[in-house]
Design a protein. Structure first.
Length: 369
């Protein structure tokens, strides 16, 4: 929620605090540790089914509600499936050293799901032992231990827990156990909450309506709907960062020449794309799309600083409104400005509801009474 002077965030209040506070007092009983681990695995599986990889799982980021049930928090380092590169892997080195998977440290790319599973294994060890499996005052020595999975289970660990941990804390991500296999493990299944229905693939959810269908108008064309689902959705943080008042580009740009523009449109994604393609053809620009749905318009002649290239990306704010970002990605800025002012911008007037930033500028320049 927001007023003219403040932005308010309303968050769920989790009364039980961090799971870390319980572990800090010492190891947990086997049944208690297993219950938390069951909830952790089910929650992580749900995240992965939505294409979300946490990448910083640790007891400090696991909260407990008033019933003592576990909730995963702090998704600040999480990645979405779209973050993967062409090799299908994530490449950002992040996480908390003692809980991070060996392949993340190696910087050769990693599977986000497999990396999260490793962290879950470290958490299980901590819950039952009361201390970390990989610990050393020398960070590089600790990384060496992680890379080789050099750890020892204490004598009170049951044999089935030892076997499960050896499969989770497998330094080879290709042979590391999957979440589906963890859920099939006999030790994991003991005392499992019957309210959680599981199948071979993980947690089975209660049927919920497709939110795209709920908010789409009844007469939406199916082809257009499929196209809209490919668009990047904007969350509240994205929208705030796009606001003119939060634009920090002036701190870094050497000139006043703008290289990008944004506008809101009430037209459908298909209509916007069609219009952009028509404009590009009229201006004798080549048009193509990349794998992420970005429309790329390129000149046919070599300019002062190479061939002019312009990207147009459509973001879904709501099913009825789209934000379109157009920016120069190559070529001379002055050539781009001339093409923009004399060709592209005037031709888009039929689909533009409002240009970003212009309303604020008008309000600032208008005289007060």
């Amino acid at each position: 929620m927001a007023t003219r002077s403040k932005i308010y965030f309303v968050l769920e209040y989790v009364k039980g605090g961090e799971l870390f506070n319980k572990v800090a007092k010492g190891k947990l009983k086997e049944d208690v540790a297993r219950r938390y681990f069951q909830q952790l695995i089910n929650a992580v599986e749900f995240c992965h089914s939505r294409g979300v990889y946490h990448r910083d799982l640790k007891p400090e980021n696991l909260l407990l509600d008033e019933n003592g049930d576990l909730k995963i928090s702090d998704f600040g380092l999480s990645a979405l499936a779209e973050s993967k590169r062409q090799d299908g892997l994530l490449h950002t080195t992040c996480g908390t050293p003692a809980y991070v998977a060996p392949e993340v440290i190696s910087r050769k790319g990693y599977d986000g799901a497999k990396a999260d599973i490793w962290s879950c294994g470290v958490i299980l060890f901590v819950l039952m032992a009361g201390y970390l499996p990989f610990h050393d005052s020398n960070l590089m020595e600790m990384y060496r231990k992680i890379a080789k999975a050099d750890f020892k289970c204490p004598c009170w660990f049951p044999s089935d827990v030892r076997r499960l941990l050896s499969r989770i804390l497998d330094p080879n991500p290709t042979t590391r156990i999957s979440i589906a296999k963890i859920m099939e493990n006999p030790w994991f299944g003991k005392g499992l909450d019957k309210g959680v229905i599981r199948n071979g693939e993980g947690t089975q959810e209660i049927d919920q309506p497709d939110m795209n269908e709920v908010f789409s108008s009844p007469d939406t064309d199916m082809t257009e709907e499929r196209q809209m689902r490919k668009l990047t959705n904007l969350n509240a943080f994205d929208i705030i960062s796009l606001s003119a008042g939060f634009d920090l580009s002036g701190l870094f740009e050497e000139t006043d020449q703008k290289r990008e523009a944004r506008f809101i449109s009430g037209k459908s994604a298909a209509t916007i794309i069609s219009k952009l393609e028509d404009v590009a053809r009229f201006l004798k620009l080549k048009v193509k799309k990349n794998d992420h749905g970005v429309l790329i318009m390129e000149g046919t002649k070599l300019g002062r600083k190479g061939v002019l290239a312009i990207d147009a990306e459509i973001f879904e704010v709501t099913p009825s409104f789209h934000l379109v970002e157009i920016k120069k990605t190559n070529g001379d800025t002055l050539e781009y400005q001339k093409l923009w002012n004399q060709g592209i911008r005037p031709a888009l007037k039929d689909i533009v509801w409002a240009w970003q930033g212009e309303q604020q500028q008008q309000q600032q320049s208008s005289p007060c009474c």
